[in-house]
Every structure is written in structure tokens, then in C-alpha cells.
Write a protein that binds this ligand. Structure first.
Ligand code: FAD
Length: 315
């Protein structure tokens, strides 16, 4: 098995991991390596084709792919080593990570390790909803990958479950894929995004918005045919061939759990101190691994701060 050593190893090449890597290089840290399990670096923005990225960190208004490309090219320019198709699977010890890639197994030791593995939306299985397992069910992330990256057929009409910021981005992705959003439902009394977003989106895309509404059954055997919902104690059916589960985030905390680090009970993120550090270790966290969910720009800005603290300690 190959063994290597770097100054800082970063797990995850999303905006947070890449921003931290660039900042470490700026601070004079020599060997900074980022590993990414996907074929391409850039994280979620790679497949998030709508504009809305880069406002606070780059003072620009970019699409997700343009934003991801910016961070990837800046990291390469700064001399960061990026290893794609490389998954961090476990710990050899508290300063060494086990990796697997098409090149085989590897163990990498580092003076500091940054976990930048992000968060994902809870899918259908994690939400425990009655019904069979028909085709036509996505999260916003998997919808974007299927539509923008793989150009797959999605469906004709969709119900979106959830009313967070990301839920409205699902409406735009559905439109791009030629799918009509029939309704957006959420079990809370109100949406959880910027005040004007739902009004503008409802006007532009003309869908029904149902708050305080629960989805109680997915209908359909082979393909989704609709959802049974409950509002104010009354049940009804919305016909659709596609369901998008949005938001309701869970951090990608597998490595933190494997190391036995304390996990906070409400968000399920690892517990950290003010420096983003897991107490009494040389392991740090950046980005949406620490919930609540944040925009990519905030993740990048915060990651730079953590990187500066790490650089100071290493020096
Ligand atoms: C549909 C959607 C729309 C959004 N729209 C906006 C928007 O308009 N504006 C905005 O600012 N934000 C938006 N966001 C949020 C933004 O994408 C996130 O804030 C940002 O991507 C978080 O960055 P991150 O680096 O923490 O995580 P991520 O971008 O999730 O990156 C984490 C990376 O870690 C990798 N990884 C995980 N585990 C491992 C492992 N074990 N080994 C190797 N690699 C691993 C993953 O493959 C991934 O590439 C949106 C999010 C979604 C889902």
C-alpha cells in the first residue's frame, strides 16, 4: 500500500475544502492535498446550474458550475494537489487517513486534517413515508445531476416536498428538464427562505403552495402516479409522476463517526470549538458538514478563517 505525508490533507473538494486549500497555500503552507470522491472537483455547485453563487465571497453573481470552476482553477493555480475519484474511507490513526481510488489503497498522514465533506438532503428512505418504491423520486441534488450532468428523462409533472431555499432551485431545474411543478408542500406553517422568493417563484412558475401539509403516502407501483397529502385533518391526492424531496439536511459525517468524535444531537454534526477544531485533535471541519445549512459563499469565507488558524498553528 502506498503511504505519503502532507502538511494539510482536506477531505472534500467543494467550495469549503477548496477555499481552505487556497488560503493555506496563500499563508505559505507547502503541501496541501485535497481528495474528492467524485470524478470532478467543485462539490454541489458543479451541478447547480442556476445563478446565485459567489455574492459574498467573490462579489460576483455566478452560476454554480462557473463558481465551482473558479475555485478549482484558483486551487490548481495556487499549487494545491487535487486527487479526484478518491474516497477517504477510514482512519489509520488520528493523523492518518485511509484512501481508496482507481490507483489502489493509500494512507496519508498530515499535520492537520480538514473534514469538508458537506451535507446532503434526506431522501425518501430516511423520511419514512408509506407506499411502494416507484421510479420518479429524487432529491434536488440527484435531480440536478440527472438533469444537468446526465441529461436523463425526468418526468412530466412534479410535487416538491419542502420549502427551503433549495426547494425553489428544484423548481428551476424541473423547468429546465421540461417538468411542470404542480405543487410545493411543506409541513411547517411557512416557507424557510428569503421573504420575496416564494411570491416571485409562484408568479413565474405557477404552482400551488401548501403549507402545514404532510405527505402521507406515495402512490404508484412502477412509476409515481401521485401523492396522498393531509392538510387540516383532510386527506386528498395530488396527481404527479415525479416527487422531489428537498432540504431537511443531514451532514456527511461518516468519517467523524468512525473516529468516535462527539456528534451534536440536533444537527448530527461533529462538535467543534471556535476554531472549527475537533477538541484535543489536529482535525478541523469547514463548510456544511457543520449544520445549519449555509450558502456556498458563507462556507468559503468561514473556511478561509479556519485555514488561517491552522496555518498559524503549523508554522
Ligand atoms: C440544489 C442546491 C442549490 C443550491 N443553491 C445555492 C445557491 O444558489 N447559492 C449558494 O451560495 N449556495 C447554494 N447551495 C448550497 C451550496 O451548494 C453549499 O453551501 C456548498 O456546496 C457547501 O460547500 P461544502 O464544500 O461544504 O460541501 P459540498 O459542496 O457538498 O462538497 C463536499 C464534497 O465532499 C466530497 N466528499 C464527501 N465525502 C467524501 C469522502 N469520504 N471522501 C472524498 N470526498 C468526499 C463530496 O463528493 C463533495 O464534492 C445549493 C445547494 C443545493 C443542494
Amino acid at each position: 500500500m502506498k503511504r505519503s505525508q502532507v502538511d494539510v490533507l482536506i477531505i472534500g473538494a467543494g467550495p469549503a475544502g477548496l477555499a481552505a486549500a487556497i488560503e493555506l497555500k496563500k499563508c505559505g503552507i507547502k503541501e496541501v492535498r485535497v481528495v474528492e470522491r467524485e470524478k470532478n472537483a467543485g462539490g454541489v455547485p458543479r451541478h447547480s446550474y442556476h445563478p446565485g453563487y459567489g455574492l459574498r465571497d467573490l462579489k460576483r453573481f455566478l452560476s454554480g458550475p462557473a463558481y465551482a470552476q473558479y475555485y478549482v482553477s484558483q486551487a490548481k493555480k495556487a499549487g494545491v494537489e487535487i486527487s479526484t475519484s478518491t474516497t477517504a474511507t477510514d482512519w489509520a490513526d488520528k493523523q492518518t487517513i485511509k484512501l481508496t481510488s482507481p490507483n489502489g489503497l493509500e494512507q496519508v498522514g498530515a499535520k492537520a486534517i480538514i473534514l469538508a465533506t458537506g451535507a446532503r438532503e434526506r431522501g425518501r428512505s430516511a423520511r419514512v413515508i408509506a407506499g411502494k418504491r416507484p421510479a420518479g423520486i429524487y432529491t434536488t441534488g440527484s435531480l440536478q445531476q440527472a438533469s444537468y450532468l446526465e441529461d436523463l428523462y425526468i418526468g412530466k409533472s412534479a410535487v416538491i416536498v419542502g420549502a427551503e431555499h433549495v426547494s425553489f432551485s428544484a423548481v428551476m431545474t424541473l423547468k429546465h428538464a421540461g417538468v411542470k411543478t404542480v405543487a410545493m408542500i411543506c409541513d411547517k406553517q411557512k416557507h424557510q427562505t428569503v421573504i420575496f422568493v416564494p411570491t416571485i417563484m409562484k408568479l413565474l412558475y405557477r404552482f400551488k403552495f401548501l403549507s402545514a401539509t404532510k405527505i402521507i403516502e406515495i402512490q404508484g407501483d412502477v412509476r409515481v402516479t401521485g401523492v396522498k397529502i393531509e392538510k387540516n385533518g383532510k386527506e386528498s391526492i395530488i396527481k404527479a409522476d415525479t416527487i422531489i424531496f428537498t432540504g431537511d439536511w443531514i451532514p456527511d459525517h461518516e468519517l467523524a463517526r468512525r473516529a468516535g468524535f462527539a456528534i451534536d444531537e440536533s444537527y448530527k454534526s461533529p462538535i467543534i470549538n471556535n476554531d472549527g477544531q475537533i477538541p484535543n485533535t489536529s482535525i478541523y471541519t469547514v463548510g456544511n458538514l457543520i449544520l445549519p445549512i449555509k450558502g456556498a459563499d458563507k462556507c468559503a469565507i468561514d473556511a478561509r478563517k479556519v485555514a488561517r488558524k491552522i496555518a498559524k498553528k503549523i508554522k
